[in-house]
Structures are given as structure tokens and as C-alpha cells.
Design a protein around this ligand. Sequence first.
Ligand code: KPL
Length: 308
Amino acid sequence: MQHWVIIGGGAIGCLWAASLQQQHIAASLVVRNNDALTRYRTAGGISLQRSTTTFQCQPTAYTAVQYDHPIDRLIIATKAQHTAQALASVASRLTDDCIILSLQNGMGQQQHILDHYPNARLYCGVSTDGAYLQSPFHVVHAGAGTTRIGRYPENAHDTPETSALIAELPTDVLTICADQHIERQLWQKLAINCLINPLTALYRCHNGELINHPQARPRLEQLAEELDRIIAAEGLAELVPAALSTALNVAKITAANRSSMFADVLAGRDTEINFITGYLCQRAAQHNIKVPCNQKVLDDIRLLKPNA
Ligand code: KPL
């Protein structure tokens, strides 16, 4: 029986740790530091709330230093910018051909994992699940979505292997499926995050307010045009739908939500901007395409003083 280690005690880490436990799949949680461990113990473990029911569980939690067992199944559920540090903190316990499943927003961190852990088998999951922390380790699974998982980089011959991996995951409680074109899913999610996250943080508004916002809406349209150009340059134009309509649809469905970037800014945390708009701008530079509106958004977010 496989044992999953989940690194990251945010909403996604808690959702997956609790879902694994709910399906009686062995799981441990690795949290950032002793303070987080104390909060975990005070909370009495993870509470996973789904509409009217709450599932409580106590997967063993550790800090990275304390976890001294070999790891051959790792879910990385940290913010993108903490990937390198989080993996380095457990690197000596990773088995040679361990499976790393990244359930994160953003792009760029995947290449870091490939470069630094060349023997690991990397999978990425792109999810439409809506989950947020109501309090530390109390996760609300507000919108049941689908998590698409694929090998990164893509390799069509790996499909049976991806299905075998999915069989180890909590498919009774989460909707999970294999996707041979995970790159396309990552780009589609990146486009949504490039359009919604920074603008909600800059204009301090909920996702739905972007749709008719007098300043944000024209910017959203300009960002979307640039995104479509880069996605085309990546050779994905046929596979990824137009950025504007996708983002407007997500803004509508998640109208009452605060984006994760707006939440980070409000809480005084660093944001994922370098792995969202930052990654887009890097790819644009590679293709020699100017993306001035995205570059401006990147600069504006970098200048934001948390809580200012
Ligand atoms: O993924 C999101 C985020 O906030 O990071 C969206 C889809 C924009 C939902 O808020």
C-alpha cells in the first residue's frame, strides 16, 4: 500500500490529505514549521467540510526536518514560489524514482523540479475544485470540480501509467482523471490566473466584479489578447480556447470569490505572480513577442506593498 506525503498545509494540501484519509489511503502531512505544527495540533487535525457534512481526520503531521522516512509518493501543494525550498527540505528522503504530483497554480516550477530531481517521475494536476481554508486546517470544499492529471513533460505512451497512478488516489471522494495533454491544461489555467488574479489584487475586488469594472475590464481584454498570441507561439492555439471568454466564464462562476492572489495581498503574503504573469513574460521574451500590458501588471504587482 502506497503512502502519500503531502507537503503544504493550505486548502489544497488539506483537501487532498483528508480525501486520501477518507478513502483509507495512508497519508502524512508536512507543514512549513513548528508554528504550523502547533496550529495543526490546536485544530485537532484536518476538518474537511463538504456542504452539510464535515469529515475529521488526523493524518500524522511533521515539519520537513522531522520526517525521516523514505518518500516515494509526494504531493506538492505549496504556493508555486515555495516549491524549490519545500522540495529541498525533503530531498534527502525522496527515493530514486519517486513520483511527485504537483497540485499547484502557475508554471515554471515544473522545470525546476525536472532540473533538480531528474529521476523523479513528475505529474501535474490541474483542478477546478474550489476549496478554501475557513481557519487553519479547516478546509471547505465549496465547489466539486475535476482534477486532470498528466505526466510532465507530456508523453502519450505514459497514459496507462497515469491511470495506474490515479488508481492510488482518492477517486471515491474527488473527481480525478488522466489527461495526455496536461500542458494544454496548465496553459489554460495559467491564462485564467494571468487574467483574474493580478487584476483582482490591483483593483481589490472579487472575481465577478472584474466583468464590468470600468478600469479592470479594458485591461483584462488587453491582457487576454497578449495571452492568445503567446499561446499561439507555444503551438497551442488549436488546443487552448480564447483566454478572454474562458476567464470571463470563470469570473462569473467564481463571482463571489477572492482570487488567491488578492487573498495573499490582503494577508500580507508574497504572491505567485512570478509563476503566473512572470512565467508568461519569460515565454514571451523567448518568442521575441512584446507583452507590455502583462509586463505592466507584473511590475504593478511587484510594487504592491501587502496591505497598502
Ligand atoms: O485559481 C484561481 C485563484 O484564485 O487562484 C481562480 C480560478 C481565479 C479562482 O479564484
